[in-house]
Each structure stands twice: as C-alpha cells, then as structure tokens.
Design a protein around this ligand. Structure first.
Ligand code: AMP
Ligand code: MG
Length: 455
C-alpha cells in the first residue's frame, strides 16, 4: 500500500470509445511497473449454496502481476481456461457495483479487496437483456480463496495443497510458523488465523448492515477480505431475515445467516486443510475460535455505535440487553438501519432525540428503550460519545437505489453521478450537504430493484 495518501483521481479518461473512472489508487499505480507479469487465471473449486460444485476457477478474471505489494486483477477481461459456459465478460452494471462497493467498504473500515478503476466499452454482452461490457481492475494483497484449498484437497493433490498452504503462511501469515498457539502446527495456526480474520470481517458486515448475497466458499478470501461483490445490499429497513440475492430462494445467505454460513465455510476450509493439519482435534479447536472472536468484535462494534467506549463502566450483560432490545425494536418497527444510527448519533450530540423517535411506529416501546439507554449512559461524556458515534455510524452507504442511479447515468454515458457517489462514499462519515438526498430513505421504486447473480 502506498504510505503517503495518494492523490485522488476523480476524472474520467476516454480512449476510442472506452471510458474509465479511477479510484484513489489510479494515479499512484498508473506509473508503477507491474512486476513478474505473466498474466494468469487460477483454478479453484468450491461449495455453492451448500453443494459441492467441483471445479470453478477464474472464469473471467486475469491476474496481471503485482504492484506496490498488491495483486492487480482484471475482472471481465475475456475468456480464460476456466470460463466453462460463460463468456468471460462482466457488464457495466455489475462492474460499477463492485467498483463502488469495494471502495465504500474500505472507507467504512471493513476489510475488502479494492478497486483501481472501472473501464467500459460499447461491446455488447448478452445477459437477460443486451448490456455492454466493462472491466474492473481490482487490487488485493491476494485473491486466494477457500476454494483454492478445496480444489487441491478434493483431488488428493497434496503436494500442490502443501505448496499453496506454505505460500500463504510465508507470505501472509508468517507468525503461524513461529507461534505456538496450536502446538507447533503451522497449518492449524493458519486455519485459526483465517477463522479469526473471517469472524472479524463478518462482525463488521453485521454491524454496518451489509448483506453479501453469495457466500459460496469460492467467494471467501483467505485473508478475510470482502470479495466478489455480486448481489450485495446494505439494509434499508432493518430486517434480520433479509435476502438480497433474488436467486437465493431458500434464504441460505439471508442477512442473519451470514455468521453461521461463514463458520460453515470455514469447516470446508478446515476439511481441505486436514491432510496437512493431520489432527482433527486441532482443526476443531481452530474452528472453535470463530464464535468468541465474532461475538467479541460484534459486541465491541455495537457498543461503539451506541457511543459506549470499551472502558465505560456499564456491565456486559446490560450492554447486551440494550443491544438485543434495540435490534428487536428496529425489526418490529421496520426502522431504516443507517438512518436510525445516524439520527441517534446526532441526538447524542444535541440532546434532541425527537428525530429518532419519529422513526418508530411504537413510540411507547421506543421511549422505554430510550429511558434504559439514557440511564445506562448517564455518567458518560455525551460529547465524547457523540463524537465516537459519528465516526462509526456512516451517513452514506451504497444503497441499491444509489448504485442504480449511477448505473443508469453511466449507461447514458453520463459519469458524473458515479464520480460524485464515489467521492461521497469515500468519506461516508462526513457531511456532504449537496448530497443530503443520498443519505435519505430509499424511494418507493427501490423496492422493485431486483439483484440476482447475473453479472
Ligand atoms: P461468481 O458467482 O461471480 O462468484 O462466479 C462463480 C463462478 O462462475 C466463478 O468461477 C466465475 O469465474 C464464473 N463466472 C461467472 N460469470 C462468468 C462469465 N461471464 N464468464 C465466465 N465465467 C464466469
Ligand atoms: Mg466468485
């Protein structure tokens, strides 16, 4: 990663009918040589919707090489040996969503792959209807997935499995060699490290109200990064059972299922690593870390959202009751998740909680909760709490209808909405008065946006 803040590039470049919009990495990386260039597509397998899907692989992604310690990958650049029945392409719609969301997640402090730029062309691509092609150039320290391990393990290719695991340990988890956490078993340590990073990532998702939509094991990063932005959604009204992926009929990846699914996927990774770990008990112990790391991180994040610093003198059971009661109230009243937290933060700053109260149909129930909340917080510094809250409760999240507006404008070759939205999402905790409308409730038509796996 560049050490000094890179200059922000928000302009558009045009080349023979191509247009590109760059993120803040665009300028620093555009002059960087990419080392070790031997473009490649990698093979992986995976579990999709709970079923073993066999071989998948980079069907439309090409790894160009490395720059500044980041792998540079093109998504949607054409056929690869793993394209199977696909065309190797990505459409402008899904590319804009991935581009915006990876940058938005980064700005929210959530571990994620990054986007360098999105490039569009007029080349037609057929999905449910004719669309046009685009390529996202994306960056990550590594794009290795659980599925890479599952692939070699399922085929009994243990030499390759070991080479891959050794590479991950040396390159990304060097402590796993020396640490004695789980005996002197580097592979058990590797599993535990991935378990912990995944748990931290999912806790962030739950706290901010992010629904990934396709948590297949081939979409799970070995570095605990949010990867493969498809039918994702930030919650509008709080609905724990929300299903954002139109193709997910059974709700396997519903919002409140995400922690359990992540844990399930980690079992898949553990199974794949077992020939190297050679000790089922150690693997189970590593997996057992999930719950405690997840619970602790979620609790920490939710308390911060309430303006309660770690050292505040409120016992854990009481904090927990406060959070659980609140989430139940938000669900019963179908309260907009992001707007609630932002209004609560402002309420804390001003002492006026009326705008928060307005969000609830059942005002007496809210008043009861509010009384409990105020009592617990009576002795904390209100200004400090408000400050904490305004830095963790974003004003702007990439709601579906905002992405949709940027997409529709871009389809008509107007990239200003996209550039503006990117700029706002890069600073989601700040006020952007000209764009207040983007922090408001979703319009009625947002309910009709249907996002499937098609991309
Ligand atoms: P996803 O649902 O995007 O994670 O994709 C699942 C698998 O399908 C991955 O192996 C992708 O590379 C592959 N895939 C998705 N779309 C295409 C496409 N248009 N062409 C080729 N492969 C694709
Ligand atoms: Mg994928």
């Amino acid at each position: 990663m560049p050490t000094s803040a890179p200059p922000v590039h928000t302009g558009l470049t045009w080349h023979n009918g191509f247009h590109a919009l760059g993120s803040d990495y665009f300028t620093p990386l555009s002059n960087q040589p990419i080392s070790g260039t031997q473009p490649l597509a990698s093979v992986y397998s995976g579990h999709q919707f709970g079923q073993w899907a066999g071989q998948l692989g980079d069907g439309r992604a090409i790894l160009l090489g490395e720059a500044n310690g980041l792998e540079v990958q093109l998504k949607g650049s054409g056929l690869t040996p793993y394209s199977r029945m696909g065309d190797g392409r990505a459409v402008l719609r899904s590319s804009i969503r991935e581009f915006l969301c990876s940058e938005a997640m980064h700005a929210l402090g959530i571990p994620t792959t990054r986007a360098l730029c999105v490039t569009g062309s007029d080349d037609p691509v057929w999905r449910e209807e004719p669309e046009t092609a685009a390529v996202v150039t994306r960056l990550a320290p590594s794009f290795i997935r659980f599925g890479h391990f599952e692939h070699f393990s399922a085929r009994g290719q243990l030499t390759q499995l070991k080479t891959l695991a050794d590479y991950c340990v040396e390159r990304y988890y060097p402590d796993c060699r020396s640490a004695q956490t789980l005996a002197a078993n580097a592979y058990a340590n590797l599993l535990q490290a991935v378990v912990e990073r995944t748990a931290l990532m999912v806790a962030h998702w739950q706290a901010v109200g992010f629904c990934h939509g396709v948590m297949n094991t081939d979409n799970m990063s070995i570095l605990g990064l949010t990867i493969d932005y498809g039918p994702f959604q930030f919650l509008d009204a709080y609905d724990p059972g929300h299903i954002c992926n139109h193709s997910d009929r059974g709700g396997r990846y519903a919002f409140d299922q995400q922690p359990a699914v992540a844990h399930w996927n980690l079992y898949g990774l553990a199974q794949a690593l077992l020939p190297l770990i050679e000790d089922e008990q150690l693997a189970l112990r590593a997996l057992g870390r999930f719950e405690s790391v997840y619970e602790r991180q979620l609790h920490r994040l939710m308390c911060a959202k309430l303006g309660l610093p770690d050292h505040a003198d409120v016992p854990r059971p009481e904090r927990q009751t406060l959070i659980q009661d609140l989430l139940a109230l938000l669900a019963q009243n179908q309260v907009d998740y992001s707007i609630f937290w932002r209004r609560l933060s402002h309420g804390r700053a001003s002492g006026d909680f009326e705008p928060v109260r307005d969000l609830f149909l059942d005002r007496p129930a809210f008043d009861t909760w509010m009384l409990y909340f105020s009592e617990l917080f009576a002795h904390t510094d209100q200004a400090l709490a408000a400050d904490l809250m305004l830095k963790i409760n974003p004003k702007y999240v990439l709601r579906n209808h905002l992405g949709e507006q940027a997409i529709q404008a871009a389809k008509a070759k107007d990239f200003q909405v996209l550039a503006d939205l990117l700029r706002v999402l890069q600073h989601p905790f700040e006020e952007h008065p000209a764009f207040d409308a983007w922090a408001s409730f979703p319009p009625e038509w947002a309910k009709r946006i249907s996002i499937s796996c098609s991309s």
